[in-house]
Design a binder for this molecule. Structure first.
Ligand code: ASP
Ligand code: MG
Length: 405
């Protein structure tokens, strides 16, 4: 008999018939001889709607009240799911984050889990219940309701799996798993069978968002393997786990694409200590989230600095830098949007050479111009014209042999 944690995301519980579908699947899992803990999200759209409602009555609701409000989304789902299972003759009980013993710090709307005491869950499981736990929420030691940041139900599932030492942790969503690239962009993309935590984290930060990154980091830290799979079929999904030697044989695991990027170039930045610091401190004070930064080699005492960000961030820059650039004697900044980022990711890069060359060759042959390059140990990213991104993704996907065998 195995101890199984299953997490169902918003689309999987997005309507009454979908909740009934989840109820059936959960019951089957239990009837196959397992103990089952289920973590659910709010029904799809509910969290967004609650945020909209809040804005209609307040321009600046406190984070505490936002948490009290947002936690109701998941609470609705746990009750409905438990009812559906009980209606089918099963024995289920709903459990809030607080009842599940999830203790967090006091940073409302993005609380961190400090501790889990799953005594209550264990007791219910021993009594034969299926536990339906509300994702995304916890409470402080003082009993205040908190939430774990958008997408936080994933974190609840991983953390509970770690706390009760589950044999399996299954993250059910509306896709079949993690793909070598977005199939809407590369039709030949295929489902990845096994991926390392670090690869999934790099792919997520490069635009392939399947799971909340914090939950993957948590899984890595506490060594919780999990499977991402679909709640709409019975296909096996993608196993996410620690690195093993065999995983390194594949040089590139996947290609990620991030559209809607923008680039800023500052020409003639004097090459002296403190210049970059002035620029990026000002951007950080304006809460602009920067992605790739490239500084050129300095010629005759000055250099160019370019950086990218999401297109929406571009507006935030406004006149933030005007004064500073004058003060340090740099040229006027040049803004450009209509660019995108393409990344190839794989832990095999650590032990294989020529990966960058292969990517650049493929793009070059396809007439795709590279504007910026950035690398990490397991990722090569290029900034290119957005109009070329579909073509570039297909070229990269093919160059690394990622298509179906
Ligand atoms: N309902 C929350 C959200 O929409 C948490 C989750 O779905 O994981 O962000
Ligand atoms: Mg969600």
């Amino acid at each position: 008999m195995a101890l199984v944690v299953q997490k169902y995301g918003g689309t999987s519980v997005g309507a009454p018939d979908r909740i009934q579908n989840v109820a059936r699947r959960v019951l089957e899992t239990q009837r196959a001889g397992n103990s089952v803990v289920v973590v659910v999200s709010a029904m799809s759209g509910v969290t967004d709607n609650l945020i909209k409602l809040a804005r209609q009555v307040s321009t600046a609701p406190t984070d505490r009240e936002m948490d009290v409000l947002l936690s109701t989304g998941e609470q609705t789902t746990i009750a409905l799911t438990a009812m559906a299972i009980n209606e089918m003759g099963g024995k289920a009980i709903s459990v809030t984050g607080a009842q599940a013993g999830i203790i967090t710090d006091g940073i409302h709307t993005k609380a961190k889990i400090a501790n889990i005491s799953p005594r209550q869950i264990r007791k219910y499981l021993n009594d034969g219940f299926i536990c339906i736990v509300a994702g995304f929420q916890g409470q402080t030691l003082q009993g205040q309701i908190t939430t774990l940041g958008r997408g936080g139900s994933d974190l609840t599932a991983i953390a509970i799996a770690a706390a009760i030492k589950a044999d399996n942790c299954e993250i059910y969503t509306d896709v079949d798993g993690i793909y070598t690239c977005d199939p809407r962009i590369v039709p030949e993309a295929r489902k990845i069978d096994v991926i390392a935590y670090d690869e999934l984290l790099e792919m997520a930060s490069s635009g392939s968002k399947v799971m909340q990154s914090r939950s993957v980091e948590f899984a890595k830290k506490f060594k919780v393997p999990f499977e991402v799979r679909s709640s709409f079929n019975t296909n096996r999904g993608t196993i996410v786990k620690e690195e093993t030697p065999g995983l390194e044989n594949v040089v590139v695991r996947g290609v990620s694409v991030e559209r809607n990027q923008a680039k800023v170039t500052i020409p003639n930045v004097p090459d002296r200590p403190g210049a970059a610091s002035r620029i990026f401190t000002a951007l950080s004070d304006a809460h602009v989230v920067i992605d790739v930064i490239v500084q050129n080699v300095s010629i005759a005492g000055s250099t160019d600095i370019s950086f990218t960000m999401n297109r929406d961030e571009l507006e935030k820059i406004g006149h933030t830098l005007d004064g500073i650039l004058k003060e340090i004697g740099a040229g006027a900044l040049v803004k450009q949007d209509g660019i995108a980022k393409l990344s190839v990711v794989g832990i095999g890069m650590r032990s294989h050479s020529g990966v960058a060359a292969r990517l650049f060759e493929a793009l070059g042959k396809g007439g795709v111009n590279i504007q910026m390059i950035s690398t990490s140990e397991i990722k090569i990213a290029v900034i290119i014209e957005e109009a070329k991104i579909v073509e570039a993704a297909n070229l990269a996907h093919e160059a690394f042999g990622l298509a179906k065998a």
